[in-house]
Unconditional design. Structure first.
Length: 166
């Protein structure tokens, strides 16, 4: 008699697990840093003043108004205004002129620009930090050519330190 066949033992594999879905967590966006004003801004003295003068002209006031507007909303420790001259004239005369120009810019930034008078200072540097090289601008007589060549030396630099957004 035929033997009954034993039931085949089939194991049905379990269904595959559903694919793992990793929770995608986006990293937090980086906190943007405050757009700080330039730490040092240079203004051509020819933009701010007439040649050999320390009274601010209309064009100079516009330039300083724009700078003061950039400072709005900024918190800073100090503002230093440096006046510079070219090498024409005596050192003593240039020292006084550079100081008068620095003071004029300082006073304008306080009165019209709203800068705290306790956080701003002015210093005259005379012709001690020229931008031009002597070999590029030859001569000692104030000719129109030499005056034009030395123009980059006649400037006011404004340095803002410890700045951040409020």
């Amino acid at each position: 008699a035929p033997r009954p066949m034993a039931a085949a033992a089939y194991e049905v594999p379990p269904p595959p697990p559903p694919p793992a879905v990793a929770a995608v967590v986006a990293p937090p966006p980086p906190v943007p840093g405050p757009p700080a004003p330039p730490p040092r801004v240079g203004f051509s003295a020819d933009t701010l003043f007439s040649f050999d003068r320390s009274e601010l002209g209309p064009q100079g006031k516009v330039a300083l108004d724009q700078f003061a507007h950039e400072l709005t909303g900024m918190q800073f420790d100090a503002v230093t205004v440096e006046g510079h001259t070219d090498r024409l004239g005596s050192q003593a005369y240039n020292q006084k002129l550079s100081m008068r120009r620095a003071e004029a810019v300082k006073n304008y930034l306080v009165s019209a620009g709203g800068v705290d008078a306790g956080r701003i200072s002015a210093v005259g540097k005379s012709e001690s930090q020229p931008v031009t090289k002597t070999e590029d601008c030859r001569g000692t007589k104030p000719t129109p050519k030499l005056i034009a060549c030395l123009q980059p030396d006649r400037r006011v630099d404004v340095e803002v330190s410890g700045n951040s957004r409020r």
